[in-house]
Design a protein around this ligand. Structure first.
Ligand code: NDP
Ligand code: MG
Length: 390
């Protein structure tokens, strides 16, 4: 029997990898909704090929283009943020949440209300509103499966284990584009240099976040939210080859590591077929040929984002939403050439200090609402823009 699925962020890097897996078994899936933003040609092509019920672009001004591209295909066209959230509530068994940024939160939350499975790539959802996401999943009997490779690795290492026996969770980081650069050169890092990752082929924003370690900082918070462990039990380990994605340390001193090629189809495929495993078209690692795996401790001077993540977790409440919003604006600033590479962390730190009162709000499962998160996000964006203008 085919499963009903939707892909939010279908035109992006995770979305396209998901579609690659779906296409290998066309009879296995009945595609309900595909969503995108600016890439109308890709959205329409995939919606037609996969016979989706509806294709939605986030950009209302592109609705006519989408309609034209879908003409005669029988696929419905829609546009706007609300239309994406509406599409996410259409009945399905499995939804991929792969929109980039805080824009992925509301649609992911809406998808949980169906009580099915949400494959969560959009880490911003847990960073901004972990309590809200997990509370909503529980209320509707929905399952959230991690797609971020580190969290998928932890999830897999925990199968059959008792959380009470978990002492620590170690997530690895490649170190990104500037791992070996002299510190004094970092302010001069260009957009092109920051946009190329040594191991992973990903969207531009997450690639730059990998170079600054904001991606890993977000993942530390994501780990805390997803697995409910204390901030002190989460460690980051620099591992340039990106083959061990995470390790779980147990109370007997043993470590379970997940090893795999740096290919997101592994984590996506795991979430797609869970609780079974299926054959996946990823490289089989030849460890004898690889010969050596390296590890070092992360350097706080090179990657201040990791220290900021600790501050965010200690503060709690809505500080995750503040952190993410400030980071998104600082990243926009770097992409637009308004900020140099190292100024991104300075802006985020300034906004965290300025918005410290958010820590008191939205603590706990019931105190956090989508409105409160949206308000914290809005104020943090305003503060970050003001800090950049200065
Ligand atoms: P991409 O930038 O490649 O794709 C983003 C997707 O979101 C595209 O479909 C894009 O549409 C759409 N989109 C952009 N802006 C909006 C908006 N305002 N509203 C609705 N949709 C929008 O990102 P990635 O695939 O790299 O990342 C997606 C998410 O997964 C992120 O949260 C990222 O952190 C996470 N992730 C990604 C990994 C990776 O390997 N890429 C690994 C682990 C996590 P369009 O392209 O049509 O404009
Ligand atoms: Mg990751």
């Amino acid at each position: 029997m085919s499963r009903k699925i939707s892909i939010l962020g279908a035109t992006g890097s995770i979305g396209q990898n998901t579609i690659d897996l779906i296409r290998r078994d066309p009879a296995g899936y009945d595609v309900v909704a595909l969503t995108g933003a600016g890439n109308i040609a890709q959205l329409a092509e995939d919606a037609i090929a996969l016979r989706a019920d509806v294709a939605v672009t986030a950009r209302e001004n592109l609705l006519d283009d989408l309609r034209d591209a879908l003409a005669g295909s029988g696929v419905e066209a829609a546009a706007g943020a609300e239309a994406i959230t509406e599409a996410a509530t259409r009945p399905t068994d499995w939804v991929m949440s792969a929109i980039v940024g805080a824009a992925g939160l509301a649609p992911g939350l809406a998808a949980l209300q169906q009580g099915g499975t949400l494959a969560l790539a959009n880490k911003e959802s847990l960073v901004c509103a972990g309590a809200l996401m997990l509370g909503e999943a529980k209320r509707h009997g929905a399952t959230i499966l991690p797609v971020d490779s580190e969290h998928s690795a932890v999830f897999q290492a925990l199968v059959g284990e008792d959380m009470a026996a978990v002492e620590r969770i170690i997530i690895t980081a490649s170190g990104g584009a500037f791992r070996d650069w002299p510190l004094e050169d970092l302010p001069n890092a260009t957009l092109d240099q920051a946009s190329s990752h040594p191991n992973w082929d990903m969207g531009q924003r997450i690639t730059i976040d990998s170079a600054s370690m904001f991606n890993k900082a977000m993942e530390v918070i994501e780990t805390r939210e997803f697995f409910g462990v204390s901030p002190e039990s989460i460690e980051v380990l620099v591992h340039p080859q990106s083959m061990i994605h995470a390790l779980v340390g147990f109370c007997d001193g043993g470590l379970m590591a997940h090893v795999g090629p740096p290919d997101m189809r592994l984590a996506i495929g795991y979430a797609l077929h869970h609780p079974q495993r299926a054959h996946l078209p990823v490289e089989r690692l030849d460890l004898a040929r690889i010969g050596q795996l390296d590890f070092t401790a992360p350097d706080d001077a090179r990657w201040p984002a990791l220290r900021l993540a600790r501050e965010v977790m200690a503060a709690g409440g809505l500080m995750g939403a503040v952190f993410n919003a400030a980071k998104e604006v600082a990243l926009d600033g770097f992409i637009a050439g308004q900020l140099c590479f190292t100024q991104m962390a300075e802006i985020v730190e300034e906004v965290l200090d300025a918005r410290a009162e958010e820590a008191a709000q939205g603590r706990g499962r019931d105190a956090m609402t989508l409105d409160l998160v949206a308000q914290a996000d809005h104020l943090a964006r305003k503060a970050a823009k003001a800090a950049i203008q200065k």
